[in-house]
Ligand binder design. Structure first.
Ligand SMILES: Nc1nc2c(c(CN[C@H]3C=C[C@H](O)[C@@H]3O)cn2[C@@H]2O[C@H](COP(=O)(O)O)[C@@H](O)[C@H]2O)c(=O)[nH]1
Length: 341
């Protein structure tokens, strides 16, 4: 078995053998066409990571890179059992939910003088300190607090022992190659090994490892240590929002049986066949959307390979899902409690 299977090859294999989830070629084409004009707009580009999101760091410094590492180490499982009772964090007179509540809690801690992005701090944080930093402004605590404590201590210890306490050291070791950085992350940080077995084959998604590479590229604005020449080899990040938006946009379809389970709020386990099919088909579906988009531009004589890749498509679709919550409420997302996404 391959040490670290490729998420793209895994996705192709899963999509080719999936029973309850299918990629809709016509739907893929329609989504690509609908994105055609947007893809050349400014907010589709790398700059949107900072210009569209006030909680993301403004700087491209070592401190900003370590902010990204901390956040992506904890970038999982924000969904609430009941939509009306969820973890929320107030920061600078705004209330944040989901992924943004994590960022708000981190920025709140930094403002309070807690060095939460320093490996020397989070390597030895106690559970009570983690509870304090990520305290909720509702009755509902952040999900998986014990697991967050464990991955913080583990990742901080590795960062101290192998990379001098700074993720920028790891980035420099990748020599501006995204795949090399991805493999450094997988080799050294166990909590990022987001894998499964499907039809007796080891498959991977590496959602947090790939988004860590992507967010590092973004916070460094694609320059200097972050000028990855192979950023387009990353796939989208198979979380629980991208599948939801792909089904909503009719680029992906669920069987009646699976849709029924999702509507009932079934909680799946990491590695369940349905979960693997949903995540694998999402990655494959977005690879096809990217391919169609590039072909549409090519027909117009435009080479958009610098402007269109799975990372930027992912960011766009994820932000779309965030901005169209109401319209998407009848399309269920799959529920798994895990540290991978
Ligand atoms: N595929 C994908 N999944 C992403 C992100 C992000 C945050 N990235 C943003 C930050 C800067 C960039 O500009 C991005 O806009 C979080 N997640 C995942 O979503 C879920 C949370 O969702 P909700 O409950 O609605 O907040 C959870 O699994 C979390 O891990 C992304 O970008 N892509």
């Amino acid at each position: 078995m391959e040490m670290f299977p490729s998420p793209l090859e895994s996705a192709k294999f899963i999509a080719g053998n999936s029973k309850d989830v299918s990629v809709d070629e016509e739907g893929v084409r329609r989504v690509a066409e609908s994105l055609f004009d947007k893809a050349s707009a400014a907010e589709f580009g790398l700059a949107g990571w900072k210009s569209l999101h006030e909680l993301n760091p403004r700087a491209a410094s070592e401190e900003a890179v370590n902010w990204v590492f901390l956040v992506d180490t904890l970038n999982f499982s924000f969904w609430a059992e009941q939509e009306e009772q969820k973890y929320l964090v107030k920061y600078k007179d705004k209330t944040y939910s989901g992924y943004w509540s994590l960022c708000a809690a981190v920025n709140r801690a930094l403002d309070d003088g807690i060095p939460i992005t320093s490996a020397s701090y989070f390597a030895t944080m106690t559970l009570d300190q983690v509870r304090h930093v990520f305290r909720s402004d509702t009755e509902v605590p952040i999900p998986l607090i014990e697991e967050r404590h464990q991955v913080l201590n583990e990742s901080g210890t590795v960062l101290l022992e192998k990379f001098g306490g700074s993720f920028l050291t790891c980035v420099k070791m990748s020599e501006k190659n995204a795949q090399k950085l991805l493999h450094l992350i997988l080799e050294n940080f166990p909590s990022y090994r987001d894998e499964a077995v499907f039809e007796k084959k080891k498959v991977s998604f590496y959602k947090r490892a790939q988004i860590l590479v992507a967010d590092t590229w973004s916070v460094l604005e694609g320059k200097g240590d972050g000028s990855f020449d192979d950023i387009s080899t990353l796939t989208i990040f198979a979380d629980y929002r991208i599948p939801q938006v792909l089904v909503h946009l009719k680029a992906m379809k669920y069987s009646e049986e699976l849709m029924k389970k999702l509507r009932e709020g079934t909680i799946f386990q990491s590695g369940d066949k349905e979960e693997v099919e949903i995540r694998g088909c999402s990655i494959w579906c977005c690879a096809l959307i990217c391919k169609h988009l590039l072909e549409l531009y090519e027909k117009k004589g435009q080479d958009m390979r610098e402007k269109i890749n799975a990372v930027l498509l992912d960011y766009y679709l994820w932000d779309y899902a965030r901005d169209h919550r109401e319209e998407m409420k009848d399309t269920p997302f799959h529920r798994v409690r895990c540290i991978y996404y």
